[in-house]
Design a binder for this molecule. Sequence first.
Ligand code: F6R
Length: 359
Amino acid sequence: DKGGHKHFMAKEIAEQPVAIDRALRAYLGSEDGRQLPEDLDFTTVDRLTMVACGTGYYACLVAKYWFEQIAKMPVEVDVASEFRYREPPVSPNTMGLFVSQSGETADTLAALRYMEGKAAQIVGLVNVQESSIARESDVVLPLHAGPEISVASTKAFTCQLVILLMMALKAAQQRGHPLPDGLPEDLRALPGLIHQCLSLDAQIKDAARDLAKAQDIIFLGRGVLYPLALEGALKLKELSYIHAEGYASGELKHGPIALIDEKVPVVVMAPRDALFEKTVSNMQEVMARGGKVILVTDAEGARVAGDGTHEIITMPQVPDALAPILYAVPAQQIAYYTAIAKGTDVDQPRNLAKSVTVE
Ligand code: F6R
């Protein structure tokens, strides 16, 4: 049942405020006392190894910034298909964290089994509670996203981010580091903020009509927004079959800038955070070479840096740590509406399966 939507993907994008609210209620200590499981313990470990595939891997990349900056914890992130065959040494003080919507991804499960007996604790962050990864983890954190039918992951990704941020806050507390201003209280505003982002789809439809004509599209972001650039590009290529790449905007001049001309649209994800000026100067290098920029930013960002851009998608103003969660919505909608404009099969893209149980 698509609940009145044209596609499961549209339904699942729209469900994000409710899904995130459920994840917050499950883990963000409240009057009814529910919070992250007690056996999720950061006092006995001094490093974190996160392993996943695809969109889950990008959630881990965002979480690396959070765990490093907020909890001052060394973090390694890898794609499961590489991790499992590299024979990485695992120190006994490591927490192994495996992120998977389905809980059945073959490479992620194999990576988990590789770490079993070597790491201090195996933690599974899964949407499907009766899955192999859930069964084989010491501590399981269900995403509470609800069933995800569309092949492209949407609400599972934002729930992964929300829970990973709560985990980073717990790690900070247990390790004796102060929490960033406003957290965790600001998390409670997320469902409402996500809801606001959903109404930007009219602007995004306009941008998507242009994007659908392109052969190559580049996504740029810095800091916590860099993994969102990767996620935006992955979603777009999965759904619209247009070649797309995400880059850390500071890497642009080390190669990718050679691709820029008036035919290559560049989506820039840049909330007005501490790295904003740097991202904007990379964006200006793109515009100076004729690149058409679609800038995703907040009202203040649009005011100071909007000149000369092709299109602006104006997001709500948010605390820095929450930005990657909110910017997931335009990343999803850009892919969705570009696919609609191209007429591809949104829920069932060619060559892809929802659950990848073979390597
Ligand atoms: C992208 C997508 C895939 C999955 C990947 C991992 O939209 O859906 O990249 O994220 O196959 O799947 P899970 O999370 O089930 O392990």
